[in-house]
Design a protein around this ligand. Structure first.
Ligand SMILES: Cc1ncc(COP(=O)(O)O)c(C=O)c1O
Length: 418
C-alpha cells in the first residue's frame, strides 16, 4: 500500500477500506496474500467469463508466447485473421469485418471514427448512465459524473434518458410507459442536434450504470427511430459480451442488428483486447490506413480463439442462463425478506440488486458495508450505479450451483445484520 500510494496516480483506487492483495486466481476463485479464498462475483468486471487461469486458455497463450509474441498489424500473421473469421461467424446479422485494438475505450473511439467516416456526420447520442471509456471521446460519451473527470469534453454529444424502469427518468410507471424513453430519442434528435447525427451508442445492459436492463421492445423502437434519421446504432458489448447475459452477445436478446458492435474484456478472458466489428458496407468506408500496435497481437488473438473455444465447449452461455436464473430467484427471495433490496434486475449472470432506504433513496453507505461484510465472508461482490448503490453479480460463468447457494446464504446473513 505504501508503494501504491507513492508510485501510482491516486485516480487508481481500490474497493474496500482494507484492500487485500490478490495473488492467485483459479477458475471462479481468487486467493489473497494470506491464502484466503474468495468467490469472485465480479470477474474483474465481466472479463474472466471462462474463469481465472483457465488451463486451456493458459496453454494457448503460453504456446503462442513461446512461438511468436508480437509483430504488429502491418505484418501478416494468422491468429488475427482466424479470430476475425470466428467473430464474423459469431456476431449478429451481417457484422463480419473487424478491427482489433487493445481496450474497450479504444474500440469505442474506433467505432465513433468509423461512424463519422461512413456517414460524413460528427454528432453522437449516448444514454445517461452509460459508460463507454476513459479516452477523450469515449469519456464524452459517458453519462456518469463519477467517470467524467474531463471537465472539457468534446462537443456534439447529446444524452437521452436511459431505460431505467426502477427510477424512470421520465416519471413513468413500469407497466404504462409505452417506451417513452425510446421515443425521447426522436425529440433529442429534433431539439439538441443539427439533425446530422452519426451514431447512437448503447450498452445492451448498462453495466457501470447499475445493471440497467431495458424493457422488451426498447431496442426495436430505438432502431426504428434511428433508421428514420439515418443514425447508425453502435452497440457496446464490452461488458455484456461473450456469454455473460446467457447469449454470446447481449443485443441478441433484443432482436436488432447493430451497425457497429464493440467488444473487449471477456473476448480474451483477461489478455488486453479490444475490437469493433461492422458490416461490409460500412467497412468499405474506412480505407485510410489505421494500425494498432498491439491490436490483434498474436498472443491476444490466441487467447481470444481459446476463449471462444472454451465458451462453446463448456456451454458457458447456457450455464449463465441456468445459474443466472438460480441467482436471480435467490436474490428476489432475499428482496422479499430484506426491504433494503429495492430491485433485482439483469439477464443471465449479469445481475444487479439495488439497495434503497425506506424512502427509496439510494443506500450507498449500506452498499459499501455489504461489500465489506461479504468480503470478510469470502465473497467479492461488485458495486456500481450512479449513486454506487447497486450490488453487481457478474461472476465467472464457471461458478457452480453450490457457489451461488453459498453466496445467497452469506448475503442473507449480511443483510440481516445491516
Ligand atoms: C460498457 C463499457 N464500455 C467500455 C469500457 C471501457 O473499457 P476499457 O476499460 O477496456 O477501456 C468499459 C469499462 O468498464 C465498459 O464497461
Amino acid at each position: 500500500m505504501r508503494k501504491k500510494h507513492q508510485y501510482l496516480i491516486p485516480c487508481v483506487y481500490h474497493f474496500y477500506a482494507e484492500p487485500m492483495q490478490i495473488v492467485r486466481g483459479e477458475m471462479q476463485y481468487l486467493y489473497d496474500h494470506a491464502g484466503k479464498r474468495y468467490l469472485d462475483c465480479f470477474a474483474g468486471v465481466s472479463v474472466v467469463n471462462c474463469g481465472h487461469c483457465h488451463p486451456e486458455i493458459v496453454k494457448a497463450v503460453c504456446e503462442q508466447a513461446a512461438t511468436l509474441q508480437h509483430t504488429t498489424t502491418i505484418y501478416l500473421t494468422e491468429p488475427i485473421v482466424e479470430l476475425a473469421e470466428r467473430l464474423a461467424a459469431a456476431a449478429p446479422g451481417r457484422l463480419g469485418k473487424s478491427f482489433f485494438c487493445a481496450s474497450g475505450s479504444e474500440a469505442n473511439e474506433g467505432a465513433a471514427l468509423l461512424a463519422a467516416l461512413a456517414t460524413g456526420r460528427h454528432e453522437f447520442i449516448s444514454l445517461r448512465h452509460a459508460l463507454h471509456g476513459r479516452t477523450k471521446l469515449a469519456m464524452s460519451l459517458t453519462g456518469l459524473q463519477m467517470w467524467r473527470a474531463d471537465a472539457s469534453p468534446v462537443g456534439g454529444v447529446s444524452f437521452a434518458p436511459n431505460p431505467y424502469c426502477f427510477r424512470c427518468p421520465l416519471g413513468s410507471r413500469r407497466d404504462g410507459c409505452d417506451l417513452a424513453c425510446a421515443d425521447a430519442v426522436e425529440t433529442i434528435i429534433k431539439t439538441t442536434t443539427s439533425g446530422q447525427v452519426a451514431a447512437m451508442f448503447v450498452e445492451p445492459i448498462q453495466g457501470n450504470g447499475g445493471v440497467i436492463t431495458p424493457p422488451t421492445g426498447y431496442f426495436k423502437r430505438l432502431r426504428e427511430i434511428l433508421d428514420r434519421y439515418g443514425v447508425l446504432l453502435v452497440v457496446d458489448e464490452v461488458q455484456t459480451g461473450f456469454g455473460r447475459t446467457g447469449k454470446l452477445f447481449g443485443i441478441e436478446h433484443f432482436g436488432v442488428e447493430p451497425d457497429i458492435m464493440t467488444m473487449a474484456k471477456a473476448l480474451a478472458n483477461g489478455t488486453p483486447v479490444g475490437a469493433f466489428i461492422t458490416n461490409d458496407e460500412l467497412a468499405a468506408k474506412f480505407t485510410r490506413p489505421s494500425a494498432s500496435t498491439l491490436g490483434g497481437n498474436p498472443v491476444t488473438a490466441a487467447a481470444a480463439l481459446a476463449t471462444l473455444d472454451v465458451i462453446a465447449k463448456y456451454g458457458l452461455a447456457d450455464r449463465a442462463v441456468i445459474l443466472g436464473d438460480r441467482l436471480k430467484a435467490g436474490l428476489t427471495a432475499l428482496m422479499a425478506r430484506h426491504p433494503v433490496i429495492g430491485d433485482v434486475r439483469g439477464l443471465g449472470l449479469m445481475l444487479g440488486a439495488e439497495l434503497v432506504r425506506p424512502d427509496n433513496a439510494p443506500a450507498a453507505a449500506e452498499t459499501d458495508l455489504v461489500l465489506e461484510m461479504m468480503k470478510d465472508r469470502g465473497f467479492l461482490v461488485g458495486k456500481n450505479g450512479l449513486h454506487r448503490n447497486v450490488l453487481a453479480f457478474q461472476p465467472p460463468l464457471v461458478v457452480s450451483a453450490e457457489d451461488i447457494d453459498n453466496l445467497l446464504t452469506a448475503l442473507d446473513d449480511v443483510l440481516g445484520r445491516l
